[in-house]
Design a protein around this ligand. Structure first.
Ligand SMILES: Nc1ncnc2c1ncn2[C@@H]1O[C@H](COP(=O)(O)OP(=O)(O)OP(=O)(O)O)[C@@H](O)[C@H]1O
Ligand SMILES: [Mg+2]
Length: 250
């Protein structure tokens, strides 16, 4: 399926998503996971780090959330004991602010590089890059921040998932707000989909640099132990513009 079939892959912890990606994220890739509020971005990001813990690939989560306890509690609801993994040296949850984090990434001997060395970290989650938008109103400055971020993560040899908030609840894609999607190697969208008077969840891979990938929109559920991807939606169109309808209808 993939042009990069022999390239080492980094499994995400979600078997069907890995299949959609042609075997997982390419090692060293930077993936953006973009989704509306509550679609499961943090869940998928943590699932990726937990999978790393299982494989002896330590991970770092950088979160700009203001309530650390809630982060641990939400993970516990999903069956993940983040404190235990931290005690085992497999995980580091770093509550930070965007400026401190970016300063810590600037130098090759900065705080993040130190952490990577100490832990032997291979994976990183940034929850979420939308916070960088509040640092500047200037589009070119933001693009430089985002480009520097992606380069620094690659310099550290990390495979990364960057979470990106989408303010639209149903559908919508604002190109102006999604510059980072152009910089990243892979782009995964999580969406609410209104279909048959129900709100379902849909996942699709829009981009995977240098590699083929599945193009179908699949249903997914959030369950203990994370996101479980199911079957593709059948016979519907308009799913990702918030206007799902039977594809056989005009
Ligand atoms: N144990 C669980 N079982 C089933 N569903 C759950 C469980 N825990 C959380 N959820 C679902 O996951 C959703 C939140 O997931 P998550 O926090 O990963 O989303 P998010 O996209 O990061 O949200 P935000 O935009 O607020 O950061 C909840 O709204 C709930 O529907
Ligand atoms: Mg979240």
């Amino acid at each position: 399926m993939s042009d990069l079939v022999d390239t080492p892959r980094t499994p995400t912890g979600c078997a069907i998503l890995d299949r959609m990606l042609g075997g997982g994220l390419v090692e060293g890739y930077c993936a953006v996971v973009e989704g509306s509020p509550g679609t499961g971005k943090t869940t998928l990001g943590l699932q990726f780090l937990i999978e790393g813990c299982k494989r002896g690939e330590p991970g770092i989560a950088i979160t700009f959330e203001e309530f650390p306890e809630q982060y641990y509690d939400n993970a516990e609801q999903l069956g993940w004991d983040l404190r235990k993994l931290e005690a085992q040296g497999l995980l580091k949850i770093q509550f930070s602010d965007p400026i401190t984090f970016l300063e810590g990434l600037e130098d090759i001997d900065g705080h993040i590089a130190e952490l990577v060395d100490e832990m032997g970290a291979k994976r990183i989650l940034v929850d979420s890059v939308s916070h960088f938008e509040r640092l500047t109103g200037d589009a070119s400055t933001l693009r430089r921040i985002e480009t520097d971020l992606v380069h620094a993560l690659k310099r550290e040899g990390l495979t990364s998932i960057l979470l990106k908030e989408n303010p639209h609840v149903l559908g919508g894609w604002d190109k102006g707000d999604n510059r980072i999607a152009f910089i990243a190697d892979a782009l995964i969208l999580l969406r609410y989909i209104e279909l048959d008077s129900e709100i379902k969840r849909g996942i699709v891979i829009l981009k995977m640099r240098g590699s083929d990938h599945e193009k179908e929109i699949r249903q997914y559920k959030i369950q203990p132990n994370g996101i479980v991807v199911g079957e593709p939606f059948q016979g519907v169109a308009g799913l990702f513009v918030g206007a799902a309808r039977g594809s056989d209808k005009s």
